[in-house]
Design a protein around this ligand. Structure first.
Ligand code: ZN
Length: 75
């Protein structure tokens, strides 16, 4: 299993949708807990890091502009 990588400011896709119907979140604080903000409704949530890693599907947009990613990620 590969360890998931994410950084402050990244937009990530979660496995579970937020009640507003969006599953994209922006990481706004990292520590023992991760604070993330819903891209759809701007609500922020605090989740333990382990839970966050489990619920995160992938990083959609890296804060460092996807230089190192040449994937087929053109929406
Ligand atoms: Zn939301």
């Amino acid at each position: 299993m590969e360890r998931k990588q994410f950084e402050l400011g990244d937009i990530v896709q979660m496995k579970k949708q937020h009640p507003c119907g969006t599953n994209e979140m922006e990481i706004i604080r990292m520590g023992m807990d991760i604070r993330m903000k819903c891209v759809g409704c701007k609500h922020s949530v605090l989740v333990p890091r382990a839970k966050f890693e489990k619920n995160m599907r992938k990083v959609l947009r890296s804060a460092l502009e996807s230089e190192q990613q040449g994937g087929p990620d053109l929406q």
